[in-house]
Design a protein around this ligand. Structure first.
Ligand code: SF4
Ligand code: SF4
Length: 318
């Protein structure tokens, strides 16, 4: 079906774009704290309280007001804004950031993809009923890709993230001259170990139970009456072919046809793409704001089970 994959492609573009943005922020002094100079860089400028010279010696009301206003504007307000980013995102967009922007989520998806190609399943440990039906890849090709990813991505990320604390120019100089200081070495090795553990062993379990940004979006998205979510069109339930494509593509192990809103959904839209592939324009999923909780879950589910499988309604025996 033409256009069925466009959401998927847009998502890959936003993920790659955000990774690039995170990598380049310290390089262009958009955001970094220089631990040597003990200065915070923000949008190319050194961030300071902006106090007038000698103001701390001024005991007048004007002087005190100036200090209080500057302290509020330059120290308190920025922190309030930083701390409210993920709650506000959650209130408006649910876990959209996780599905469309998060660099770590993108890395976990890469690990899933390589596991699928090499082992035929997402998990390293066991097959799951909702593993996508994917053609296994050439072992040598995907084995090489997996090894290269493990060798390149973690140290590269380590270099990029260390740049938030040590000037990128200094890091680059140390790398090219082969004379790494303890701080740079510790940053690169620490991040690499963390990335290897999370992307090989933990993956989306980390998103579900550990990531503070994810948990904040989950909580605020859950309580928000207006947040973005995925809607399943129950009016047209009869069109569902029960192909299970929507369940198999779900990286968060959500069953998107179930009426109950699942707090783990990251609004990635892969279920929309899968259903479009199966049903074309009759796709049963769509994005919606504030309308993603079924009013009568039990009734809907009973209707679905009867319709598709002639199964008994909840509470009935066959
Ligand atoms: S339910 Fe759909 S939108 Fe939500 S995480 Fe799964 S595939 Fe993505
Ligand atoms: S992808 Fe669409 S047609 Fe297939 S099971 Fe899911 S809702 Fe039904």
């Amino acid at each position: 079906m033409r256009g069925a994959k466009s959401l998927h492609i847009y998502r890959r573009i936003t993920q790659l774009g955000f990774i690039l943005f995170v990598f380049l922020m310290p390089v262009f002094d958009i955001l970094r704290y220089d631990t040597t100079a003990k200065e915070l860089y923000l949008f190319g400028e050194v961030w300071s309280l902006g106090l007038k010279d000698g103001i701390l010696l001024d005991r007048s009301i004007g002087g005190a007001t100036h200090v209080a206003v500057q302290f509020f504007l330059k120290a308190i307000l920025p922190w309030v804004i930083v701390l409210s980013i993920f709650p506000v995102l959650g209130l408006l967009l649910g876990r959209f950031f996780c599905g469309w922007l998060c660099p770590e989520g993108a890395l976990f998806e890469l690990a899933d993809f390589l596991s699928l190609k090499l082992l035929g399943r997402r998990s390293l440990y066991k097959n799951k009923p909702n593993d996508p039906e994917i053609k296994r890849g050439h072992k040598l090709l995907y084995g090489t890709l997996a090894v290269l990813s493990l060798l390149i991505v973690p140290p590269l990320t380590g270099i990029a993230l260390t740049g938030y604390f040590i000037a990128p120019k200094t890091i680059w100089h140390q790398i090219t001259t082969g004379s790494l200081t303890f701080g740079v070495e510790a940053g690169i090795i620490g991040v690499s170990i963390y990335m290897l553990i999370t992307s090989i062993l933990v993956r989306h379990t980390f998103c579900k139970y550990v990531c503070a940004a994810g948990l904040m979006q989950m909580l605020f998205g859950w309580i928000s009456p207006v947040s973005l979510g995925i809607k399943f069109d129950r009016e047209n339930l009869s069109k569902c072919t029960d192909c299970k494509g929507c369940e198999r593509v779900c990286l968060m192990n959500v069953k998107p046809r179930l009426p109950k809103k699942d707090i783990n959904c990251v609004n990635c839209g892969e279920c929309i793409t899968a259903c479009k592939k199966e049903l074309g324009d009759a796709c049963l999923f769509s994005y919606t704001f504030g309308d993603n909780v079924a009013e009568d879950a039990t009734k809907d589910m009973a209707q679905f089970l009867q319709l598709k499988h002639g199964l008994p309604r909840p509470g009935e025996s066959r």
